[in-house]
Design a protein around this ligand. Structure first.
Ligand code: ATP
Ligand code: MG
Length: 278
């Protein structure tokens, strides 16, 4: 006999391994005793982790990651930009996201003309155009910040998450753009401490066919795009470019081997994967 659903949920929250959660017992009495032992041991382990966090790193992994990635990208010549979290409907539509489209159903609208940004790309397009007036090439930009999507939540999705979007525009003619995407992906994924990642073909509702970066378990870490692209005209962009959007919580899951988004993202129930209500 297995742990009850309630027991399984609680054990999952306090960091039991999948193997422990799925354990089998000859009868209910033995199962409940095993549950008590496991619960006590795991709760103590969570308390130790919390103490370590308070006296060691003093912040969750995802925040340290954000700082490390920003430093790595600035070191590689990328300019960090900081744009509004509120996005206009006009700009969202310039990304091809209209009434009734798949992405539009995921948008949190604030009023008829404004939403919480579901992606960083529209504001980066603005910067590409405006900073693109300076002749120096390539132009390298990135932003890290909150994005919002209505999702049927789950292990890999949250309605608020943190995106890192980088773009490099105006590469020398003849540059192998796919190879450049791989280099830039490697720059970020290596700085994040992720091993065993690879690139894979995907279909994107916004960009059409894209190349994704996935972790060893096949979880999508990032999607990339390259230009010239049909969306460019609306933004007045006429040069080649490569861009990648990473989810910082997904990178955290891949780097720390945490299996649930709820534990690594913004939360009132967990801090750095540690259950708070012990
Ligand atoms: P998925 O197919 O996994 O739902 P997506 O392809 O819709 O993701 P993109 O638009 O490619 O997502 O966004 C870039 C990255 O942002 C993703 O690769 C992922 O790492 C992250 N991301 C997207 N949506 C979410 C979400 N709801 N919660 C956490 N991270 C997300
Ligand atoms: Mg994607």
């Amino acid at each position: 006999m297995k742990f009850s659903e309630e027991q399984q949920r609680r054990l999952g929250e306090i960091g039991a391994s999948a193997e422990d959660v799925q354990a089998d017992f000859p009868d209910e009495a033995q199962r409940n005793r095993a549950y008590q032992r496991l619960e006590t041991r795991l709760t103590a382990a969570q308390q130790r982790r919390l103490a370590e966090l308070r006296h060691g790193e003093r912040r969750p992994f995802v925040l340290g990651l954000e700082e490390r990635l920003a430093a790595a990208l600035r070191g590689a010549g990328f300019l960090q930009v900081h744009t509004p979290i509120i996005l206009s409907r006009v700009r969202l539509e310039k990304m091809g996201v209209f009434d009734g489209s798949i992405m539009e159903k995921q948008v949190f609208w604030l009023d008829a003309k404004h939403c919480l940004r579901p992606m960083l790309a529209p504001h980066l397009y603005e910067y590409m155009r405006d900073l693109g007036r300076v002749p120096e090439r390539p132009l390298r930009l990135f932003e890290i910040g909150p994005c919002f999507r209505r999702e049927t939540q789950g292990q890999r999705h949250a309605s608020e998450f943190t995106m890192l979007n980088l773009v490099e525009m105006g590469l020398p003619e003849g540059t192998d753009l796919t190879a450049r995407l791989r280099e830039l992906g490697a720059l970020v994924l290596d700085a994040a401490g992720i091993e065993g990642w690879r690139m894979a073909d995907e279909d994107s509702t916004v960009y059409g066919e894209t190349l994704d970066f996935v972790d060893a378990d096949g979880m999508e870490l990032a999607s990339s795009a390259l230009g010239p692209h049909p969306l460019d005209a609306a933004w007045g962009i006429r040069e080649n470019w490569v861009g990648i959007g990473f989810g910082l919580e997904r990178l955290t899951m891949a780097a720390t081997h945490e299996t649930s988004m709820a534990k690594v993202g913004r939360s009132l129930s967990y801090l750095d994967g540690i259950r708070l209500r012990l």
